[in-house]
Design a protein around this ligand. Structure first.
Ligand code: NAD
Length: 355
């Protein structure tokens, strides 16, 4: 099993180190190779996704990714910004399906901003399409300046588009995921206003005819945003486009207490995947040893499950995480009175010990 390890910037290096430690104690035949990505790669090679990093990622069975970005790169021309590395990896590896589970662990019910009864037992899965939508539409607003800004311009625009095959393949992934869970799927759109999303709704419904055992419902994105905080347990699997998915998955993630707990997987049609925490590089806490490594450790578990066919090891990691939470160990972001505050490294060590 070949794994490309791309820690990236900010807290990326700190949290990935803990996930690697956890993977190493499983005793599986894994080969892990590390490479620079994001701002770190820009500093060393003048590009956020150097050829050598891309080659490593393409040849691997899976990519374990930390996070990229720092405010200091905000004035760079857009193609050189750290975040472009993720878009480049998604594009080059054909990663079109982003899985973001939002699970509320019993021990963290109190860390949520919602009432315990609304989120206790919450276990939803948001599936976001990654390759289409307004992020990749053409034409895009004309660039007047090279620093990514538009001094003196009167307008800027981006075009929303989806093709039938793009919608069909994400719909199949979503129906199949729903089949393995409660057999309920909600497709989120904005069909009342946007043609692109009327098309989305029609194609998802058509694909749904092949999955008569899955109950499909459609919801407008504004209502979905509201329902997620009003009655989140009404959802099981949610499928949506790139932009709505970006926003709703962050909203869903916060229901569970901390973005530091949430893993994610981005898969292509061969089940090759990129696994990363849902959060960014957190420059505000980088280097302090206080970042929560659990989202990255849980992403490593998803990697074992989806790309490496090691379900038993994935379950072991997830059980170990539950165990350290039950022991009352907390990084600063999930700390509450009566629990024990630990550092990034101590949290990783505790998961290793639990394993
Ligand atoms: P962020 O997710 O990095 O941080 C948001 C807040 O959550 C911060 O207060 C941070 O301290 C906290 N946080 C995040 N992860 C945490 C963890 N593991 N433990 C404890 N606290 C944690 O989002 P941001 O501040 O908007 O962006 C920072 C940089 O990250 C930007 O350059 C942005 O572009 C980039 N970014 C990268 C990715 C990615 O690499 N996939 C995703 C989102 C943002």
């Amino acid at each position: 099993m070949k794994i490309a390890v791309l820690p990236g910037d900010g807290i990326g290096t700190e949290i990935v180190a803990e996930a690697v430690k956890v993977l190493n104690v499983l005793g599986l035949p894994m080969e892990m190779e590390t490479a620079l990505v994001g701002g770190a790669a820009y500093e060393a090679h003048g590009h956020p996704l150097p050829e050598s990093t891309l080659k490593l990622a393409k040849e691997a069975d899976a990519v374990l990714f930390g996070a990229v970005g720092d405010w200091k790169y905000d004035t760079l021309d857009r193609p050189l910004r750290p975040e472009q590395a993720i878009l480049g990896l998604r594009k080059n590896l054909g990663l079109f399906a982003n899985f973001r589970p939002a699970i509320c662990y019993d021990q963290l019910v109190g860390a949520s901003s919602l009432k315990p009864e609304l989120i206790s037992g919450l276990d939803i899965l948001i599936i976001r399409e990654l390759t289409g939508d307004i992020y990749f539409g053409q034409p895009r607003g004309r660039r007047i300046a090279t620093d990514g800004h538009f001094p003196g311009a009167e307008e800027a625009f981006d075009t929303m588009r989806y093709s039938r095959p793009e919608i069909e393949r994400i719909a199949h992934v979503a129906f199949q995921a729903a089949r393995k869970r409660s057999k309920r799927l909600t497709s989120v759109d904005k069909a009342n206003v946007l043609e692109t999303f009327q098309f989305w709704k029609d194609v998802v419904s058509e694909v749904g005819l092949q999955y008569p055992d899955v109950e499909l419902d459609h919801m407008y994105v504004d209502n979905a945003a509201m329902q997620l905080v009003k009655a989140p347990k009404r959802f099981d699997v949610v499928v949506t486009g790139n932009m709505f998915g970006d926003i709703l998955s962050d909203e869903a993630s916060m229901l569970t207490g901390s973005i530091g707990m949430l893993p994610s997987a981005s898969l292509n049609s061969k089940n090759q995947g990129l696994y990363e925490p849902s959060h960014g590089s957190a420059p505000d806490i980088a280097g302090k040893g206080i970042a929560n490594p659990l989202a990255t450790i849980l992403s490593a578990a998803m990697m074992l499950r989806f790309s490496l066919n090691q379900e038993a090891s994935a379950l072991r990691i997830e059980a170990a995480v539950q165990k350290v939470l039950a022991q009352g160990l907390r990084t600063a972001d999930i700390y509450s009175e009566g629990t024990t505050r630990v550092s990034t490294r101590e949290m990783g060590d505790a998961v290793v010990k639990a394993l």
